[in-house]
Ligand binder design. Structure first.
Ligand SMILES: NC(=O)C1=CN([C@@H]2O[C@H](COP(=O)(O)OP(=O)(O)OC[C@H]3O[C@@H](n4cnc5c(N)ncnc54)[C@H](O)[C@@H]3O)[C@@H](O)[C@H]2O)[C@@H](O)CC1
Ligand SMILES: Nc1ncnc2c1ncn2[C@@H]1O[C@H](COP(=O)(O)OP(=O)(O)O)[C@@H](O)[C@H]1O
Ligand SMILES: [K+]
Length: 488
């Protein structure tokens, strides 16, 4: 159930189901009934305003109104536009509604105890204005709970963008599969609880659509998740390397190193400038430290091919030396995670990085920018977060983890996952360093890079949730054992 469908893919799924013999009217009946059932299961009986739009989303509204009315609820139905203009299944569902159809005016929600928003769904095609926009404002002012059919009206299903204005729902009932817009930031803010309901579209539809966007769930990557086996020794579990910054900026690398070890790498070594060796050594136990100063020394250090995954960026410093170290790592053939300063160091010369990755780099690369770092590296890439991460992954020839409350993980082949389990407590200094470390630890164990990045983002989110309030970055690696135990 972790596939996400674009608006276009969803309408193809509808058409596919209809072509396979399930009438559109049945799909609509199932959709509207699912909404009514969700409402009666969750809310105390109240006077409901059902707001119906001119398309099939409105058709679902007519069905929900009928079922609620039959269940004894007091329902008042408002239609945007003229009844005569309704077509197809929506027109038929309007005929099956026995109650009055009121014209939708600005006071349609006054006095309502509950609002069912069936104005626009997948067919939203322009910014919401006029009466629907007034009703969105009125509902917010009055604090009336809103249940959205498929999508809160005003929210774009593909991007999570609010076009004009959008209802803030407490509950959104959507059908067959969720859409990216439900999970990207705007959607998360407007959908409330998201309920997924089967309306009679067969799973085989997915075989026709081949969707490549996912919600980041364990089912996406658990099959490839590394677990130690009888007979393993530390070297078979991989050797992660984390490049440390200078004396005053070593903490970030240590956080990453600790996380890589907790994620299961057999060994982790901090490659530290000599000047910071003492600081690092005095703070580390299971993580090892070696003096590595120049790009050449790093190249020599990585000649030992057991050192198979390298993280650089946290506390690395911005500029030429970091750039050269990145290029040295890429040349070594180890899997590489580029974070923070390693990304910013290429702000003026992003092509140098992409050419190196595309050109001579053989291993997998994962880039973990937050929005600021992303803009520095991919200045001209625009669009929704999903589109931007995808375009960047294609351009860089690397997995891109575009971080935030709605982290998107994208691969050059077009696959992308939206993460949904992160808690706001993760917004704390050093939390990104830990994430980069978890990815490194999984890559060291030879997990495939897209799956490793998805798994790491999910584990990071779970760790944040499991710890809860008061979280600081140091706590995150220490939560991994609990999270992993639950996962297995
Ligand atoms: N067979 C199907 O296609 C099914 C569709 N279903 C429902 O149908 C919905 C999609 O239906 P439609 O494709 O008819 O689209 P919608 O009903 O979401 O909206 C399209 C209508 O709204 C108008 N419109 C769009 N944006 C507007 C704006 N900003 N201001 C004013 N008018 C605007 C369009 O001109 C069009 O008349 C889904 O969200 C779902 O709720 C379900 O009934 C299940 C079956
Ligand atoms: N509001 C939020 N909700 C959930 N996760 C968040 C939020 N803000 C940030 N995060 C996550 O916290 C981490 C912060 O990383 P980053 O910005 O690199 O910080 P730092 O450099 O301090 O480690 C990322 O994984 C990001 O996805
Ligand atoms: K809606």
């Amino acid at each position: 159930m972790h596939e996400l469908l674009t608006v276009d893919e969803m309408s193809r799924a509808d058409r596919w189901a209809i072509a396979q013999g399930t009438p559109g009217l049945t799909l609509m009946e199932n959709a509207g009934r699912a909404v009514a059932e969700a409402v009666t299961a969750r809310f105390k009986r109240a006077s409901v305003a059902v707001l119906c739009g001119p398309g099939n989303n409105g058709g679902d509204g007519f069905v929900a109104a009928r079922h609620l009315s039959e269940a004894g609820w007091s329902v008042t139905l408002y239609l945007l536009g003229e009844r005569e203009k309704l077509t197809g299944d929506a027109a038929e569902m309007a005929r099956r509604w026995n109650g009055a159809i009121h014209p939708m005016t600005g006071d349609a929600v006054r006095g309502a105890g509950l609002i069912i928003d069936a104005i626009f769904g997948a067919g939203l095609s322009r910014p919401v204005e006029g009466v629907p926009a007034e009703l969105i404002q009125a509902a917010a002012r009055a604090g009336t709970p809103v249940v959205a059919v498929d999508m809160p009206s005003g929210l774009h299903g593909d991007t999570g963008e609010v076009l004009g204005a959008a209802f803030k729902a407490v509950l959104t009932v959507t059908f067959f599969r969720a859409k990216p817009g439900h999970y990207l930031l705007g959607g998360r803010r407007h959908c409330g609880e998201l309920l997924l309901r089967d309306i009679g579209i067969g799973e085989e539809a997915l075989g026709e659509l081949l969707p490549h966007t996912y919600e980041n769930c364990p089912s996406l990557w658990l099959g490839g998740f590394p677990r130690p086996e009888f007979g393993d020794h530390k070297y078979t579990r991989g050797h992660g390397v984390v490049v440390s910054g200078g004396m005053s900026t070593t903490g970030a690398a240590r956080l990453g190193a600790r996380a890589a070890l907790r994620a299961g790498a057999g060994l982790v070594t901090l490659a530290s400038p000599s000047s910071a060796l003492m600081v690092n050594a005095s703070q580390l136990t299971a993580v090892m430290v070696r003096a590595v100063n120049t790009p050449d020394e790093l190249t020599a250090f990585l000649e030992d091919k057991r050192r198979n995954a390298v993280l650089i960026g946290p506390g690395a410093g911005i500029g030429g030396p970091t750039r050269e170290k990145v290029l040295a790592i890429l040349l070594s053939g180890a899997a590489v995670v580029l974070d923070a300063d390693a990304l910013t160091s290429f702000e003026e010369v992003p092509r140098d990085l992409f050419v190196a990755i595309e050109g001579y780099f053989a291993g997998p690369a994962v880039l973990t920018p937050h929005e600021g770092e992303f803009k520095r590296l991919f200045k001209d890439i625009e669009g929704s977060k999903l589109e931007r991460a995808r375009a960047a992954a294609r351009r860089a020839g690397a997995i891109v983890v575009l971080k935030g409350p709605d982290t998107v993980i994208a691969a050059p082949d077009g696959r992308a996952a939206i993460n949904t389990n992160a808690s706001p407590e993760l917004a704390t200094a050093g939390s990104g360093d830990v994430l980069a470390g978890i990815i490194t630890g999984l890559l060291a164990q030879s997990m495939a890079p897209f799956e490793a990045a998805c798994a790491a983002v999910w584990l990071h989110g779970e760790a944040g949730r499991a710890f809860g309030p008061g979280l600081i970055a140091e706590d995150l690696p220490e939560m991994l054992p609990v999270v992993l135990r639950d996962l297995f």
